[in-house]
Design a protein around this ligand. Sequence first.
Ligand code: KG4
Ligand code: ZN
Length: 379
Amino acid sequence: MSVRILGIESSCDETAAAVVADGREILSSVVASQIDVHRKYGGVVPELASREHLRQIVPVVREALEQAKMRLADVDAIGVTQGPGLVGALLVGITYGKTLAEALKKPLVPVNHLEGHVHAVFLEAHKSGREPKLPAVCLIVSGGHTVLYEVRGTGTQPRLAVPQVPEMLQYRKIGQTRDDAAGEAYDKVAKLLGLGYPGGPILDRLAVATNGVPAPVKFGSIKTRGNPYDFSFSGLKTAVLYHVREHPEYSGEIRSREEALERGERKYEHLLPLCSAQTLALVREFQNAVVRDLVDRTLAAAEELSAESILVSGGVAANSQLRATFEERARSKSLDVFFPSRALSTDNAAMIAAAAYFRFRAGQFADTSLDADPSLKLA
Ligand code: KG4
Ligand code: ZN
């Protein structure tokens, strides 16, 4: 009999529920995004996020169970994100998870959201019959996080039904951003260029919309003193800002794009014709700088630690150029690189249910005193 865990995720602006069997088989995964609620503020508004989670949590869980063709009573345990994230948002999922666990008399498993992102990679690999070899270096890169971990197996517990997956993964933090997360830099640059929110998906496409046009400014490699595996993206965002301020020729097109956004015309097809070649080349140069930095530091860490594979997860892992560059550079070093699908890259609950399974097997349960931990550490 497989162990079926209901995962609940509400740490930021996605209300999500999923059912995963034995930590690897996704039976259902439902995500209610709040992007439309937060868009006009250009970022996530914590108060609105909590309110939306309250509206969405019950129907989202119900939908996840329906899609998995299960009743609540069929669930073996409930996995819920404990942190990191927005405290009010986390509390909605935790309170609901606790209530369900109490009412159903099923174990409640607290999950670190970042460990969820690591498991998103394993979920995807499993779908295609692959299994990342350990030790691995994992880059989690999203709107809230840019962090590098070394991932090892404990190797101390008996192997489970899933071959080659150690019962519990162990983490060591190698580096992290000292200021903005990479996704945050995408969002801020998109905002200042009048390209809407969230910034990642649109900049991703615009960056490849021009070829051969020289960049209006060059961004060198990003310097960080001390730990070579730490990141910093706020300087790059500021460099874009200064460049735009110093060149008044951008202001007309920025205004026309902002007007388009107000009319609800925010798609690539709407915004591309409103971008000059200079703007497209600027976006390309920005993306080149971000991608180069993420890939360089991750590969250097993988080499130093003699990692067998590279795992990349989080919203920015959906970026086409990041994926292509990792594939190409890792291949030249005979390293395997693993990404989740786009749907599993951004926040979801399947990754939470997957991470919960291994903690469930280890008996790591919480009781009704479980509280949200907005700055919960993975390592
Ligand atoms: O993981 P996620 O859904 O939520 C957080 O935990 O932050 O990531 C959202 C972030 C946003 O900053 C968004 O702009 C970025 O991921 N993002 C991308 C792409 N798709 C989403 N960044 C670059 N390229 C993309 N294709
Ligand atoms: Zn996340």
